[in-house]
Design a protein around this ligand. Structure first.
Ligand SMILES: Cc1cc2nc3c(=O)[nH]c(=O)nc-3n(C[C@H](O)[C@H](O)[C@H](O)COP(=O)(O)OP(=O)(O)OC[C@H]3O[C@@H](n4cnc5c(N)ncnc54)[C@H](O)[C@@H]3O)c2cc1C
Length: 612
């Protein structure tokens, strides 16, 4: 039955969620529609705002009312041409209008000096992301939006015939379960950087220990991506992509970046250089550099080594957001002792570098790629800012990688509609980091802007959807009923890619024993087959169990593990396949050094003797 009052739920209290809730409220008011809008936020009120709250919020505009030259082309270039042109065109089309809208809600903008180097023009809200959160919240509340804090949305609910009907919520420390009615839902609940299991599943071992760049980053645990893919949403963006920056691990500040590394050299724990520190402006090199430190360098740490000529660079402090002073010493020997790298190696590295840094130091210009390259014999090379390190005191900053956000997310279109295999999923919208769209490297100063622009669009579109009436039947080929949540041809056939299906840890699986349910009744409508791929981290395992009627095949693709069958352990490795008849007790664990990857085929799909 149609509800007399249409209900919209917005999930998340960052830039995307607040823009969505406010724009929906404004749209409803302008059309004299009565729509009940609730914004639900996982964190407590004092911490609300996710990444946005801690973001300086640089945005790639020449001025509040003017896009910079090459806006769209530069974004497409950063993605190596993989990005959806229509999506970024919509971003470009709505960018200045969105900034104007923020201004009407009291957000002021300035043109900041960006660290040290020049680059594309950017604008910044006075007070950063915190002010965006405050101003949009204030306006949203005035416009009648209800805000529920300390409440995590955990599942989208749909009716049998199709269409969303609500969301499951868990509130407070106890996780008290409730539901909220919803005829449309906007997912604006961030990326998955705060979810160690998802990070490890996508980026490999070690990703789960990557530092989070701000206190608000931890709330973004991929919930929106999971909830929507459970309903057949497609994904987009680079699942091997994330924005990582080099920070000072000693600092207690949020985002304590140290971006003076191009002006000196960077050494690993062994005192050796490992990259061209001057291959580009910081926003062109930081992502790959910080990732390399975390995943490749011993101890996941590196040191930027400079000398006192750093202090001659006008405004050098802007590029250092750590409150902790650098290690300082009168000799390289003493500096090496302080940072715990072999002194002989550090001295040799600096000597080798200095011998190659013979170009005219007067050409040094921190604000642009100055072409001051070291001699071609230097390995790795240094392409810009290659001044010899000779003037004591010598300085060192420790550097580790810290993640700000991930790139993989939901596929959406220019209307912020979440896309399934057959087009938009009725009533479901997404904006900000929950959506994919970024490939390769993060387009500089675009993440916050697109959260606002598509949040605002999502609010508008959700109201237009509700105005058009409730979903009473299958629309756009979608039936959101239990058995057919995955898109398929009329005859039920489909082709999908493993990357589209999120990892899950099913009950009785422990320690990072993850599986992707590729084909099963709930996701593919299969009647006789349950087909999964599993990836167990070292020491992960499934509890010993047996099936009443089901037969199983395990097929090992990578790694080594122990398969226990009827009380006996067997080592299993690549291309071993195991058949398990009903009634045989079994378990599998990863006893090897690398992830254990295997396929599991189970038939019939339930273990109930009556249903075959
Ligand atoms: C330190 C830092 C610096 C940055 N600098 C820039 C910059 O200069 N320029 C730029 O463009 N971008 C920058 N970014 C990135 C940009 O700020 C973010 O991409 C953007 O703010 C994301 O907005 P969002 O609304 O998608 O997510 P968020 O702001 O993270 O909001 C997501 C919200 O959803 C909530 N949530 C999560 N799961 C649930 C759930 N299940 N139920 C209910 N609520 C949930 C979270 O608690 C959070 O409040 C920076 C980010 C950081 C952290």
């Amino acid at each position: 039955m149609m509800r007399s009052l249409q209900k919209l739920v917005v999930v998340g209290h960052g830039a995307a969620g607040l823009a969505a809730a406010l724009s929906a409220a404004e749209q409803a008011r302008s059309r004299s529609l009565r729509i009940d809008i609730t914004l639900i936020e996982k964190s407590r009120e004092v911490e609300a705002g996710g990444n946005t709250r801690w973001s300086p919020s640089n945005m790639r505009l020449a001025a509040p009312d003017r896009l910079g030259f090459g806006f769209e082309d530069d974004i497409l270039k950063a993605s190596s041409g993989l990005a959806d042109r229509n999506y970024f065109r919509a971003l470009a089309d709505d960018a200045t209008a969105t900034i104007g809208w923020l201004q009407t809600h009291g957000v002021e903008f300035v043109t900041p000096i960006y660290y040290l180097s020049a680059g594309p023009a950017r604008i910044q809200p006075v007070g950063g992301g915190r002010v965006i959160v405050e101003k949009l919240l204030e306006a949203a509340k005035k416009a009648g939006v209800r805000v529920l804090y300390d409440s995590r949305v955990s599942r989208l609910l749909k009716k049998q015939a199709g269409g969303l009907v609500g969301v499951d919520i868990q509130s407070g420390d106890e996780g008290v379960a409730t539901t909220a009615d919803a005829d449309a839902v906007i997912l604006a609940c961030g990326g998955f950087q705060g979810n160690p299991a998802m990070m490890r599943a996508q980026f490999g071992p070690g990703a789960e220990t990557l530092r989070l760049i701000s206190p608000g980053t931890r709330f973004d645990t991929g919930d929106g991506i999971r909830m929507a893919t459970e309903q057949g949403a497609r994904v987009s963006g680079d699942w091997n992509g994330m924005h990582v920056e080099p920070i000072d691990p000693r600092s207690h500040h949020s985002a304590p970046v140290v971006l003076v590394y191009p002006y000196g050299i960077v050494v690993d724990q062994d005192g050796r250089r490992f990259l061209d520190e001057g291959s580009g402006l910081v926003h062109e090199t930081w992502e790959a550099f910080a990732r390399d430190i975390h995943f490749t360098r011993p101890g996941s740490i590196a040191y930027a080594v400079l000398d006192s000529s750093l202090f001659d660079i006008p405004g050098f402090e802007r590029a250092i957001r750590s409150e902790v002073p650098p290690y300082q010493a009168e000799s390289l020997q003493d500096l090496a002792v302080q940072i715990g790298v072999p002194a002989r190696n550090l001295i040799e590295t600096v000597d080798t570098f200095n011998a190659a840094a013979t170009s005219d130091a007067a050409k040094f210009d921190a604000t642009r790629c100055d072409g001051l390259a070291a001699a071609g014999t230097l390995k790795p090379p240094k392409s810009n800012w290659a001044r010899a390190i000779t003037r004591s005191p010598y300085l060192a900053y420790p550097l580790v990688g810290a993640v700000a956000y991930t790139f993989g997310g939901l596929a959406t279109n220019e209307k912020a509609e979440v896309l399934g295999e057959r087009g938009p999923i009725p009533g479901l919208y997404a904006a900000g980091e929950t959506t994919g769209h970024f490939y390769g490297t993060a387009p500089n100063a675009v993440a916050l802007l697109r959260a606002l622009v598509f949040g605002r669009i999502a609010g508008r579109e959700a109201v237009a959807f509700l105005r058009a009436g409730p979903v009473t039947s299958v629309r756009a080929g979608y039936d959101l009923g239990e058995e057919t949540t995955m898109a398929s041809e009329d005859d039920g056939a489909f082709i999908r890619n493993i990357a589209e299906v999120p990892w899950r840890e099913f009950p009785d699986h422990f320690g990072g024993a993850l599986s992707k349910p590729l084909v099963m009744p709930g996701t593919a409508g299969s009647r006789h087959l349950d087909y999964r791929i599993s990836m167990y981290q070292p020491m992960a395992h499934v509890a010993r169990h047996k099936h009443q009627v089901q037969e199983q095949i395990y097929h090992v693709l990578e790694g080594e593990g122990l398969m226990e069958i009827a009380g006996k352990n067997h080592v299993v490795r690549k291309h071993d396949f195991i058949f398990l008849p009903p009634g045989v007790e079994h378990a599998i664990s990863n006893s090897g050094l690398v992830d254990l990857v295997f396929l599991v085929i189970t038939s019939p799909v339930t273990d109930d003797a009556k249903i075959v």
